[in-house]
Ligand binder design. Structure first.
Ligand code: BGC
Length: 497
């Protein structure tokens, strides 16, 4: 399924196929006249969605310690309630994937984006007004639903409005805004009390709703509905007045299969192959253990003498922001596969070292049971050996998070938005989002059981092995999408049957 570099840069109509040498320059001429200002504006409006879902993900970290000590017994969370408060978002988001897959095709990309804002705001309102733990759960579930729909719709919207020269960079801004949102929630959480923090978190989705209302629907969606004048108007807005908008319209129309997809078509390799690639990407993103590691990060930093766990969260959040930004800047030059491979390698090595830390620092099973060594996980007093090696834990954990931010954080979302034929984009992206969030739920919820079953070091070595497997998957199964139009990527899967 690998890429075919000998193919022309832009897949086009039959007449043009006979002149492959001219086509890159035709595209180059087009791109040299493009003005990106409005494209960046529309992308900015859209990524306020991922910013909101970053706030949802980050919210529980500062809110849980406060809610655990709440003076109101109706709102005081015990350990198990706190873990549900954290993880119920992932279940809501998995459901949001299914709903998003349906809505994005029926209502269109722009309207779906506007709809996402509603459950975001509503969820935070329920949390703000919460009188009991169930209201907190419902608020988080509704926020999760919004996050699931957003994690599907925004990458699709951006990939369909962008052109091939900047699509990687703009697509990576999705994850960049997620991690900025997570960091924003951590930082704001050091200042604001949990109810006020929920009010603050409702601001980005309101801004998204206002801004996106003035942005166009994607030209590809409009063309799939035969709305030609609207598609040209959208292209004029997104590319500026200097280019030949009709040329890009023809390019899109000549190469995309616009008709609606039927369920029977799932048997078609041109559909199921990219779906398998997308779903497996999401599986590996979560099987790397990122959410377990981020969750445990606070304890590790704390034991390494960062007494304030909020500071640990801010450090983790900052590493993510910096390296996700680096990935966004270089991705259109390096390509997706190289970054995924390097990222998988860094994560495999650092997870293995993290496992070594556990093996050396924690008592052997003969001396005390794994269960009792696990009891020390949530940051109860650690052994002298653990304190001595805490630097190793901090280092390997930071390197792991850096590795994730460089590739496996942003790229699965980006590739998901690039590889599906237009007619399958809703349902196929829905399966990816469902897989991602369901896996995130499993990993965070089953993490402790896994450490009991496999020992803590066994668990991290398993994550490490899965990261190694992800490298093989990257090398052999993922097509390189850098510099290609969405229509050319669609044609690649048609050809490689
Ligand atoms: C993942 C989330 C993760 C977040 C962390 C996202 O790409 O899908 O599961 O929590 O990155 O940065």
């Amino acid at each position: 399924m690998d890429s075919d570099e000998s193919r022309p840069l832009l897949a086009t109509s039959v007449a043009e196929t006979e002149l492959p040498a001219e086509r890159p320059s035709q595209l180059d001429i087009y791109l040299s006249k493009v003005q990106n200002r409005n494209l960046y504006l529309a992308t900015f409006a859209a990524v306020l969605g991922p910013l909101s879902f970053g706030f949802v993900l980050g919210y529980s970290s500062p809110a849980i310690p406060e809610l655990r000590k709440s003076v109101d017994p109706a709102l005081r969370l015990d350990g198990s309630q706190a873990s549900w408060f954290g993880s119920v978002v992932t279940l809501g988001a998995a459901a949001g994937g299914i709903l998003g897959g349906y809505v994005v095709d029926k209502a269109g990309r722009k309207l779906s984006l506007m709809l996402c804002a509603v459950p975001f705001v509503f969820g935070f309102l329920i949390i703000t007004a919460a009188q009991n733990v169930w209201m907190l759960y419902v608020g988080r579930l509704v926020n999760g639903l919004a996050s699931g729909i957003t994690s599907l719709v925004v990458p699709v919207y951006i990939s369909e409005i962008a052109h091939s020269k900047v699509r990687g960079m703009l697509g990576s801004c999705v994850q960049l805004m997620v991690v900025i949102g997570i960091l924003g929630a951590y930082l704001a959480g050091t200042l604001a009390e949990w109810r006020w923090l929920a009010v603050l978190c409702a601001v980005p989705p309101c801004c998204m709703l206002l801004l996106i209302a003035f942005m166009p629907e994607t030209p590809r969606f409009l063309l799939s509905r035969n709305q030609h004048p609207e598609a040209i108007a959208a292209l004029r807005f997104l590319r500026g007045p200097l280019v030949d908008h009709e040329w890009e319209r023809r390019e899109i129309e000549a190469n995309s299969s616009a008709q609606e997809m039927s369920i029977a078509e799932l048997k078609n390799p041109a559909i199921y192959k990219p779906v398998l690639v997308g779903v497996t990407l999401m599986f590996f993103q979560q099987a790397s253990g990122i959410n377990a590691i981020m969750f445990y990060a606070q304890n590790i930093f704390e034991e390494a003498s960062f007494k304030n766990s909020a500071i640990a969260s801010v450090i983790v959040g900052s590493i993510q922001v910096v390296f996700t930004a680096v990935a966004a800047l270089i991705i259109d030059r390096t390509g997706r596969k190289i970054l995924l491979t390097v990222s998988g390698f860094i994560m495999a090595v650092s997870a293995a070292v993290f496992g070594i830390y556990f093996k050396v620092a924690l008592p052997a099973p003969g001396n005390s049971s794994h269960v009792s060594s696990l009891n020390s996980l949530p940051g109860v007093a650690l052994l002298a050996e653990e304190h001595r090696l805490a630097w190793l834990a901090v280092l390997s954990l930071s390197v792991f998070i850096m590795g994730f931010a460089l590739g496996w954080g942003p790229i699965p979302w980006l590739v998901m938005s690039e590889i599906f034929p237009l007619r399958a984009r809703g349902i196929a992206s829905g399966s990816c989002v469902l897989t991602n969030w369901f896996m995130a739920f499993l990993v965070t919820k089953e993490y402790y059981d896994l450490t009991v079953l496999l020992t803590p070091y066994g668990t991290y070595w398993l994550f490490s092995a899965l990261c190694l497997l992800s490298i093989l998957f990257t090398v052999f199964c993922i097509p390189e999408t850098r510099g290609k139009t969405l229509e050319e990527i669609e044609a690649h899967f048609q050809r490689s049957l």
